[in-house]
Design a protein around this ligand. Sequence first.
Ligand code: TNX
Length: 550
Amino acid sequence: MKDCAIRVLLPALSLAAAGTLCCGGAEAAFGIAVIPQPTHVEMREGAFTLQANTTIVTDATNDATAQLLATWLEPATGWRLRVVRGDKATDNSIHLSLDPQAAYLDDEGYSLEVTRQQVTIRAHGAAGTFYGAQTLRQLLPAAIFAATRQSGVAWEVPAVRIEDAPRFRWRGMHLDVSRHFMPKAFVLKFIDLLALHKLNRFHWHLTDDQGWRIEIRKYPKLTQVGAWRKETRIGHEGHKRGFDGVPHGGFYTQQEIREVVEYARQRFVTIVPEIEMPGHAQAAIAAYPELGNTGQRLEAWTQFGVSRNIFNPSERTIRFLQDVLAEVLELFPGEFIHVGGDEALKDQWKASAAAQARIRELNLNDEHALQSYFMRRMDEFLRARGRRLSGWDGILEGGLPPGATVMAWRGAEGGIAAARAGHDVVMAPTSHTYFDYYQSEEPGEPLAIGGFLPLEKVYAFEPVPAELTPEEAKHILGAQGQIWTEYITGPGHVEYMAFPRLLALSEVVWSANERKDLAGFLERVASHEPRLRNLRVNFKPLRRESPQAK
Ligand code: TNX
């Protein structure tokens, strides 16, 4: 273990420049293992002990976080701590407050000071206080994460001073609920887990060839028909066992979606809903055949891969999709709306007289330009309503709509091209962020789509491509992990693919680059495992004795 002297806290303004002040090993020695790793940690003598009569003192802005903190601490301690309004830290209290002087912490940073007498969390914005409270949970014994009362635990928090702020403002996780539907209760748990690790975007992949998962009032067949498929493929294409013969499906009502959005909002997670177009559209075309190119009756797809059935580019289809987006906008207040744009095979547009006529009528060069036109129409629609279009890097082909933010999944190139063209970018490359890939080469891993992405590789990810100038690099908003669920059949399996890789991602997007230290990270993960176990998360342990994929 590395030795690390305790240093004097630098003046606040130099926080960003301060970089690494204490090493992971020394913190672990003091019993501190916070993930993601805070920017600055200074250990002190002694500890604060949480008791039944500890109060949470808060101002009005942080009241919701104070209540959440009380809710988090209750099951394991058996104490419902009293939340009181006030602007002074008293003895035996946890004090949450906004500090107008703390602009250097940005909107999401915080300072956390633990003494024998009290815990003080200060931030410039409400998100910061929330993250301070999340850190506080991780400073308590791991038993705090248990769902039932734990007796005989001393609820001690080591005395410490932490100053912390995120590296990136887009810290995301994506989840595909189309290939396999995930129940609302799990989506809420997933959001809790994102927030615990200071991730702030949940990219909810709601539609694809295999199922449409969001109720749209104007077009009820999207879920009546499009949410269900009669069976699904077992194993990879060509697998001898063929299909399972079991119906699959499910969807979220608008009421359920509102609940999820509100739940996420309280945890400072913004949901980015995705409605795929013009490709990955077979389930929608199954519901409304007039949206397709061939007139053929389709069913929600029972296979995986890239379906040839894409939306036709007619005015009617564009209006249909704008109607869908109008309802999406009512449900999701976040700025970014994702419209897919990946893997839109153009065979059907090439073969369709109507699509070809449309290309001529619009005076376009080819099918790529037609897709670009299609996306431009969505971009205009969203911008007129104060939102921003986001799409996979396929939207680069044929020209990017002016307001688009690009999710670069095929590699850094799409991100580099988009950033150079002045567009914002979220990095989501298969090479480092596809958590549907295998995480180990050990026997017994559950069937995955393919690929290999071990924990260490996620940890080594650098979201800002070296090719970019500092000016261009400002367009890299951050990064996110992807969980595509072709072969991930339910919540326990999602958790297994996400953990521990999500922990590495959280450090990539939150922690200061200078503090990167794989050995220290792995130590923290080992300390984090009991927390995950108490949270009933089905993670892959660093050492192989316990849980396996469910
Ligand atoms: C590519 S990433 C896809 C998805 C698949 C995924 C499997 C992207 C934009 N499209 O449709 O589920 O690979 O890894």
